[in-house]
Design a binder for this molecule. Structure first.
Ligand code: AMP
Ligand code: GLY
Length: 430
């Protein structure tokens, strides 16, 4: 059979790579794909992004099913569109995707259903937002309501920063429509984790836990990014906390979405803050897999992942299971010069193997912002590569990933040297 993965990032490369390993899969199209998916065995790039054209292609080529990577096509209704043409697709409908596409929707939904999250209020009026921040004090968190590609959240340490963020979003219109309303919420302390599950409307299949590193520089300093590295599993998610997240957050969310007439299908990603007492709260929902969390997660899947999607699309996820590699996987993102503000494009990447993305030694180079030109791979976006490795411990996986990175180079290459540090600190504790 042939499959289609929609998207062009490292997440889609990893997902399509894993799907292509299924015995039953002949070819996985990636639309539009990147420089790495272009040369990955079993994958083929498809230069189409228009929804109608994609649906026509899927019909004509008899694609068995489609999996959607990024949030934008989901929020634009790709799932509704494909289903109206009886095409099989895994992802949430436009209405269900509001859990990510509108922070105000997500917060109101959580308070309606008693799902633990930070206290908040939503404002369209700047004067009222300023007054609210003055009564609440700092630190405080200001979020653009709509999709802002990971740039819509300001964790303000001071009142001055909070006021500036409100003005930037509500008055200067710096986020466009996404910032026409802001959610202002209580600052939560604790350790973050990414908790991603597959949902078929009713049944839930959790993926392995993971942890992202959102800041640009070592020690979680510098500006927020889309994510500079990740590993799986995340030891902060103990079996007790896992059970609590399922009971207090994931199951109530899936049940309430169904009860409200917008049953949830697709990947559901809860960004968690876990406090010192082990209580998880939801910082955000995403209606998709995380990037770069997906890259280490895919490294650990040993089962035929295509079969899991068949169950998810048929509504029989209760009969699916995933066999996880017991080892740890860790991925380090290599970002372009001047990422995240103004990433430079067109730098040649040296050191990649000529024909594949397999770096040997249980190590993969998943591509994101790359393009192939004249036999060369060039940078073409902010996050360029994610080098992911497996190892018996976090330390081994980390050492392998960094050893592989030593062979790669491009002008202005930026990466963190401490991916996995929280897990290492835990394993060093007596
Ligand atoms: P979000 O896109 O909502 O996940 O926010 C991006 C990042 O901002 C999160 O990964 C957290 O590091 C931080 N953040 C968001 N909301 C809060 C909060 N209520 N308290 C503390 N940090 C937060
Ligand atoms: N790595 C965070 C995200 O995908 O939203």
């Amino acid at each position: 059979m042939k499959l289609l993965v929609v998207g062009s990032g490292g997440r889609e490369h990893a997902l399509a790579w894993r799907l292509a390993q299924s015995q039953a899969v002949q070819l996985v199209y990636v639309a539009p794909g990147n420089g790495g998916t272009a040369r990955e065995p079993g994958l083929q790039n498809l230069p189409i992004t228009d929804l109608d054209e994609l649906a026509e292609f899927v019909t004509r080529e008899k694609i068995a099913f489609t999996v959607v990577g990024p949030e934008a096509p989901l929020a634009a209704g790709i799932v509704d569109h494909f289903r109206s043409k009886s095409l099989k697709i895994f992802g949430p409908t436009r209405l269900a995707a509001r859990l990510e596409s509108s922070k105000d929707f997500a917060k109101a939904f959580m308070s309606r259903h008693g799902i633990p999250t930070a206290r908040y209020q939503t404002f369209a009026d700047a004067a009222q937002a300023h007054a609210y921040v003055d009564t609440e004090g700092a630190p405080i968190v200001i979020k653009a309501d709509g999709l802002a590609a990971g740039k819509g959240v300001v964790v303000a340490q001071t009142l001055a920063e909070a006021h500036a963020a409100i003005d930037a979003m509500l008055l200067d219109n710096r986020m466009g429509d996404a910032g026409a309303r802001v959610v202002i919420e209580e600052f939560l302390e604790g350790e973050e984790a990414s908790f991603i599950v597959m949902v078929d409307g009713r049944n839930i299949l959790p993926l392995a836990s993971s942890q992202d590193h959102k800041r640009l520089r070592d020690g979680d300093t510098g500006p927020n990014t889309g994510g500079m590295g990740a590993y799986s599993p995340a030891p902060v998610v103990t079996p007790e906390i896992h059970a609590r997240v399922m009971r207090e957050i994931i199951r109530p969310t899936v049940e309430a979405m169904a009860a409200e007439g917008t049953p949830y299908t697709g990947f559901l990603y809860a960004g968690l803050m876990i406090d010192a007492q082990g209580k998880p709260r939801t910082l955000e929902f995403n209606c998709r897999l995380g990037d770069p969390e997906t890259q280490p997660i895919m490294m650990r899947i040993r089962s035929d992942f295509m079969r899991v999607f068949e169950h998810a699309i048929a509504g029989t996820l209760d009969r699916a299971e995933i066999d996880w590699d017991r080892r740890c996987a860790l991925g380090v993102v290599l970002a372009a010069a001047h990422y995240p503000d103004d990433p430079r494009k067109g730098d040649a990447i040296a050191g990649l193997p000529a024909q594949s993305n397999d770096l040997g030694d249980d190590c993969m180079a998943f591509h994101a912002g790359t393009a192939a030109r004249d036999g060369q791979i060039l940078t073409s976006g902010g996050r360029v590569l994610c080098v992911a490795a497996l190892g018996d411990s976090v330390r081994t996986a980390q050492a392998r990933a960094y050893r592989a990175i030593e062979k790669l180079a491009f002008d202005g290459m930026q990466f963190r040297r401490d991916i996995g540090y929280r897990a290492l600190a835990r394993s060093n504790r007596p």
